[in-house]
Every structure is written in C-alpha cells, then in structure tokens.
Unconditional design. Structure first.
Length: 151
C-alpha cells in the first residue's frame, strides 16, 4: 500500500505572510548595512538560501510505502521496530486529514498528504495493521514556533 505526500509539512501562506517576510528581511539587511555589519549580511543571505532550499525540497512529492518489515518514506527506510507509532493531523477548516506524523523513539517526521481521500483512507487502514495510532506526540518549542509562523 502506498500514498503520495510532500517531503515535509507544507504550509499555505497568504500574500501578507510574504509581505511581512520581505519587510523583515529588508529591514535587517538595511540595518546590517548601515551598521557596517557585513558578516551579518552574509549570514542573512545564507539563512535565506537555506530557507529556500528547505522550501524547494519540502515541496517535492514523495511516495510513502508500507512494506512487510518497514515503512519507506521517499528514500528513507524506517524498520517497523523503530517506529513508536503514527499520528494524524486534521485540518480544522476542511475536517480532512492534512498531515501524517511518523514517530520514532528519538524523533518524528511530518508529511502533508497529497493524494485522494480514498487512497488516504485505505492507507491509514493498512497502516493500523502495522503500527499503532497515537493520540499525540511531543513537539519542541522551536517546532511549535516554526509551525505557528508557517516556516
């Protein structure tokens, strides 16, 4: 059984998000230039490049496959004994499954679903036979802030 999903969590950003992001970036850039902080300018562009790289790689559609002994998420393999469980996040507006989270002992991996409702339903039913569904999972402070600001 397999399903299509994005390589990471995908956020829907509106025009205001891009305007605020651009204004903040330009303000920090100008303040760094005015204070002759050229190292800050270089670091700012490295951060911007890293953000764009993450945005591009996270928006690629991958295949998540349930195998007999493992779960394949794109090119990553999770042996079944390393998975603690999975969680589903539902979009409050549409009441549809938005994200699927695979939880291991040390981390978790969030993927936004990009498939039909029928495939999602069949995949979740098949996944229930292999690993348990969790009611919740631990999120760190930085992850909560990143999700809140849709980074």
């Amino acid at each position: 059984m397999q399903i299509k999903a994005y390589g990471s969590e995908k956020f829907e950003k509106n025009t205001w998000w891009y305007i605020v992001f651009s204004v903040v970036f330009a303000s920090i850039f100008l303040l760094s230039i005015l204070n002759k902080n050229f190292v800050g300018v270089v670091l700012l562009f490295f951060l911007l490049g890293a953000y764009f790289y993450y945005a591009v790689t996270g928006n690629q559609v991958i295949i998540i496959t349930i195998d007999r002994n493992s779960l394949l998420v794109g090119d990553r393999v999770f042996p079944r004994n390393t998975l603690t469980g999975y969680a589903i996040e539902i979009d409050p507006k549409t009441q549809q499954i938005r994200n699927i989270v695979f939880v291991t002992r040390n981390s978790h991996s969030i993927h936004t679903i990009h498939d039909s409702k029928e495939n999602v339903r069949n995949f979740v039913l098949a996944l229930n036979d292999h690993i348990p569904m969790l009611g919740s999972y631990n999120q760190g402070f930085l992850e909560k802030m990143g999700r809140r600001f849709k980074l």
